[in-house]
Ligand binder design. Structure first.
Ligand SMILES: Cc1cc2nc3c(=O)[nH]c(=O)nc-3n(C[C@H](O)[C@H](O)[C@H](O)COP(=O)(O)O)c2cc1C
Length: 486
């Protein structure tokens, strides 16, 4: 069974996309450091050789058990420096992509901190588990339902804390500038994604933190710089989620012109290439392309993650799928219906494209909405209530009108419009998981078996749903072997 590994996936192809979000199933060593400036730790060869490019999570404490920030940990194979990280305020450093056929030796600069305790939990790559994600989202459904969250920072932090409590791997924001009208104006109120990510990075210590960025609304230099700040604040837990934009009223709001679908992806390629150069190149560079002119492009400091943070994209059209599989480490996709075989085929199609066209390994995540009841009937009755009695069908239609007009000119046949509206009202088109807690867990297991690496969860009553999930569902998720933490 494919186990879910989410957001901070540790083995995302060419970029090193790790984050501390991982819990490690194998505790390898607990050492007392007696060496100043050169603590050496060996990492098992099998792990170091792993194609998975392991992520190593290290925590450093002083003799009294207080976390030590600012300790530099370096991983070498022979004299070659493979990875390097600095411990954050929690005393934790994440070493990314330290794989080496020759084994790995770690060193730490511990001057002034002797004795110190260093623990290195390592993750056996088969031993990890389901990823459940949370997402900053003020209204998970398009419905006039009680229990909707007000957009306030305390609420946002409370959700992040809940996610952290359950050891979720990532917190992913929606990038939205304009709501969808109707009676409830879904996704109208909401925080800006980069600043949200910076605040969340500072408020959490373990989950991966994403910013979702519209290419045309965020200049690549600013996107690279802001991303770097968040990577530093989070101690290397950051991932950049790239969206090309499709919401015409949003683009109008900025007074700019919506590019054609093809051009949006051409622009995204140039945008990302500039960002990666800024993240990785020490020398200033000039760039003159179709969309951007950069003179003496410069960025310091570099992100903590080396060579750079991971990238996510949700391209769904043919052009979008090529972009996603060629450039991103994580592909986000919507899977609305279908049996296990269809879901598996959908996921495999992304892997096939990534491998055959671009020689890359990717992770595939999806979204699921959890509607849980004491009985299946109760869950289905509640679904009927919030979708059919309380649903904002006008807002859903507005959204679909904008989406289908802009996304690859995909016309939605009128007979399917209602089904699309329902899907968006129910949970943003996410895979429906409706039933008892056992059925929810079965559904997650099925998605895992179908090859998905991570699931972003939403609930109709977000916070209440999350709390219920923590209290009654999550223990079963763990029992099912979908999450195995050391
Ligand atoms: C799970 C998921 C989350 C997305 N989040 C956003 C978002 O926050 N903002 C946005 O403008 N587009 C978002 N999108 C839209 C995608 O970026 C993309 O435009 C869409 O999947 C259509 O793909 P295409 O551009 O290849 O046609 C999201 C898509 C998915 C599947």
């Amino acid at each position: 069974m494919t186990r879910f590994r989410v957001a901070n996936s540790q083995e995302l192809g060419s970029t090193r996309s790790v984050r501390r979000a991982f819990r490690w199933s194998l505790r390898l060593a607990l050492l007392v450091c007696t060496v100043v400036g050169g603590l050496l730790i060996s990492v098992p060869r099998a792990l170091a050789q792993s194609a998975a490019k392991p992520v190593i999570l290290i925590s450093v404490m002083d003799g009294e058990g207080h976390p030590l920030a600012g300790v530099t940990i370096e991983g070498r194979s022979g004299s070659t420096l493979l990875c390097k990280a600095v411990t954050d305020v929690h005393g934790v450093a994440t070493l990314i992509a330290c794989g080496s056929a020759g084994g790995l030796r770690l060193s730490a600069n511990l001057e002034g901190y002797v004795p110190a305790t260093i623990s290195i939990p390592l993750q056996d790559r088969e031993g990890v588990s389901p990823g459940t994600l949370d997402r900053q989202d003020q209204i998970p459904v398009l419905a006039d339902l009680d229990g909707r969250l007000d957009i306030s920072w305390p609420n946002t932090v409370a959700l992040a804390a809940l996610a952290e409590e359950m050891e979720f791997e990532a917190l992913v924001p929606v990038a939205r500038w304009h709501g969808f009208g109707g009676a409830t104006n879904p996704q109208g109120p909401g925080f800006e994604a980069y600043t949200w990510a910076a605040g969340i990075a500072a408020s959490t210590s373990k989950p991966g933190v994403f910013a979702t960025s519209h290419i045309s609304l965020n200049h690549p230099i600013i996107a690279a710089k802001q991303s770097t700040v968040i990577d530093h604040i989070s101690g290397g837990r950051y991932t950049l989620n790239i969206v090309t934009g499709w919401n015409q009223p949003e683009i109008d709001m900025f007074g700019t012109v919506m590019m054609s679908h093809q051009d949006r992806y051409a622009c995204a390629e140039e945008w990302l290439a500039i960002i990666k150069r800024l993240w990785t190149e020490d020398e200033s560079f000039d760039h003159e392309g179709r969309f951007y002119k950069i003179t003496k492009g410069y960025l310091q400091p570099k992100p903590i993650q080396s060579p750079h943070p991971a990238v996510m994209n949700a391209g769904a059209s043919e052009r979008g799928r090529h972009f996603a599989t060629k450039y991103s480490d994580l592909v986000f996709t919507v899977i609305r219906t279908g049996g296990l075989d269809e879901v598996r085929a959908h996921v495999q199609a992304y892997h096939k494209l990534a491998r055959e066209e671009y020689g890359r390994e990717i992770r595939v995540w999806t979204v699921a909405n959890v509607v849980q009841g004491e009985t299946e009937k109760e869950a289905r009755d509640f679904y009927r209530y919030y979708v059919h009695e309380k649903g904002d069908w006008q807002a859903a239609k507005n959204m679909i009108d904008v989406f289908s007009a802009e996304i690859n000119a995909r016309d939605i046949p009128p007979e399917r419009l209602k089904a699309y509206q329902e899907a968006f009202i129910a949970g943003w088109g996410g895979f429906p998981l409706i039933g008892t807690k056992e059925q929810i867990v079965d559904g997650l297991r099925d998605l895992s078996r179908a090859g998905l690496d991570g699931i972003l969860l939403v609930w109709p009553r977000f916070e209440q749903g999350m709390r219920e999930f923590r209290d009654v569902t999550y223990p079963l998720v763990r029992q099912a072997g979908l999450r195995e933490f050391g």
